[in-house]
Design a protein around this ligand. Structure first.
Ligand code: RFL
Ligand code: PHB
Length: 389
């Protein structure tokens, strides 16, 4: 097969990029290792910044997002019994939209056929070749058959563990990494949320987050040691822990129910630079990971894709090489700011095992400052709604 752009990975980054390129008349194909059902079974992000919403809008694929997405004007930081509300709408004039990553992916998936976006699921053994040349190619196996895609660019949207980043020689790139000493245990349940806005809580027993997917579906998280297993957390034990960590007011409004899904995700900050090497570009989790505390991962994938689509469209429509050359620096400048915000919110809201009374006093002082300073709240709000693209 011959195409202009071969995209690896049909998560939100790969599907968004595929649609944006098709809308501009650029030929592309998407190769995905898993089945569509598997891709849709992954429960992940829930908070969309304006960049993600506006890309769906630009594609005309935002009907369900508009109808079902929940605009959130504020969110809360809890510390013991104190609740600090960050009024994003008032401080920045912007809001975020609560709409599951699964739903974004489904909307993009459902529109693939009618928009002429070819997605090949269950593509095994995907391998990248000659990415330093102007004629790279990708091979994969589908059933018994070995296949080859010749193209001008390969875009790696294959997440943290995919093969694309590894196709860049070690001596060319640099890894920046911080691994946190805990993971997030997430739970989904068909019960009304305990609060109409998100609550991030820093409690002596650990972190907790109350989030949601809809007025009848809640998403909760707590931090747990990396050695913990999901099986250790019965639904009852998890509800009890959430009630303590989120504080008495949230606990009083909490409806308990059976969990639909429970899983533990490790927390990591990671950046690989540069995000382009020769004819290979990286987008989303393939190039960087943020801890979920700032709700930035999916939204960063969307801003990468925005820059990549712009660069690739310029290349194919007006032979513009400059935007391709500028892609990595442009994307990384936004990536590092989101890395900083996610890292600082993670440090503020979690009890690290190595922390002593001084580190805790610093957290309290920072929360006091945030509670009393409009400037501090504005800084948090403008990062949370998403920095300009
Ligand atoms: P994805 O979603 O991992 O998709 C990559 C795709 O590539 C495929 N793939 C391959 N395909 C072909 N060949 C191979 N060898 C392949 N290897 C992998 C995979 O099957 C997959 O389909 O990466 P993408 O598209 O870059 O999207 C990134 C987001 O998924 C991620 O950043 C967010 O989910 C992070 N995240 C959150 N982000 C937010 O913006 N807001 C949030 O509220 C938020 N909450 C979260 C999160 C991530 C979490 N976990 C579990 C990591 C909450 C959690 C718990
Ligand atoms: C979620 O609803 O899954 C969610 C919300 C906010 C975060 C992380 C995850 O910071």
């Amino acid at each position: 097969m011959k195409t202009q752009v071969c995209i690896i990975g049909a998560g939100p980054a790969g599907l968004l990029l595929g649609h944006l390129l098709r809308a501009e008349g650029v030929d592309c194909v998407v190769l995905e290792r898993r089945s569509p059902e598997y891709v849709l079974s992954r429960i992940r992000a829930g908070v969309l910044e304006n960049i993600t919403v506006s890309l769906m809008e630009r594609l005309g694929l935002d009907a369900r997002l508009k109808a079902e997405g929940l605009p959130h004007a504020g969110f809360n930081l809890a510390d013991g019994e104190r609740l600090i509300r960050i009024d994003m709408e008032e401080l920045t004039g912007q809001h975020v939209v609560v709409y599951g990553q699964t739903e974004v992916t489904k909307d993009l998936m459902d529109a693939s056929a009618e928009r002429g976006l070819e997605v090949i699921y269950e593509a095994d053994e995907v391998a990248l070749h000659d990415v330093e040349s102007e004629a790279p190619y990708v091979t994969y196996r589908k059933g018994e058959e070995l296949q080859r895609v010749d193209c001008r660019f390969v875009v790696g949207c294959d997440g943290f563990y995919g093969p694309s980043r590894k196709a860049i020689p070690e001596k060319v790139g640099q890894n920046y990494e911080l691994v946190y000493p805990f993971g997030w245990l997430g739970m989904l349940s068909d019960v009304p949320p305990c609060n109409h806005e998100l609550i991030y809580a820093n409690h002596a027993r650990g972190f907790a987050l109350a989030s949601m997917r809809s007025p009848t579906r809640s998403r909760y998280y707590i931090d747990v040691p990396l050695s913990d297993r999901v099986e250790k957390w019965s639904d009852d034990r998890l509800w009890d822990e959430l009630a303590i960590r989120l504080g008495p007011e949230a606990a009083a409004n909490m409806t308990r129910g059976p969990s639909l899904e429970k899983s533990i995700a490790p927390l990591r900050s990671f950046v690989f630079a540069p995000m382009r090497h020769g004819s290979l570009m990286l987008c989303g989790d393939a190039a960087h990971i943020v801890p979920p505390t700032g709700a930035k991962g999916l939204n960063l994938a969307a801003s990468d894709v925005h820059y990549a689509a712009e660069a690739l469209t310029g290349f194919f429509k007006s032979s513009d090489n400059d935007a391709i050359a500028a892609y990595s620096d442009k994307a990384l400048s936004r990536v590092w700011k989101s890395e900083r915000f996610s890292w600082s919110l993670t440090k503020l809201m979690h009890r690290f095992p190595e922390d002593g009374p001084f580190e805790r006093a610093m957290q309290v002082a920072e929360l006091d400052y945030i509670a009393s300073s409009r400037a501090a709240q504005t800084s948090i709000a403008e990062n949370y709604v998403g920095l300009p693209v």
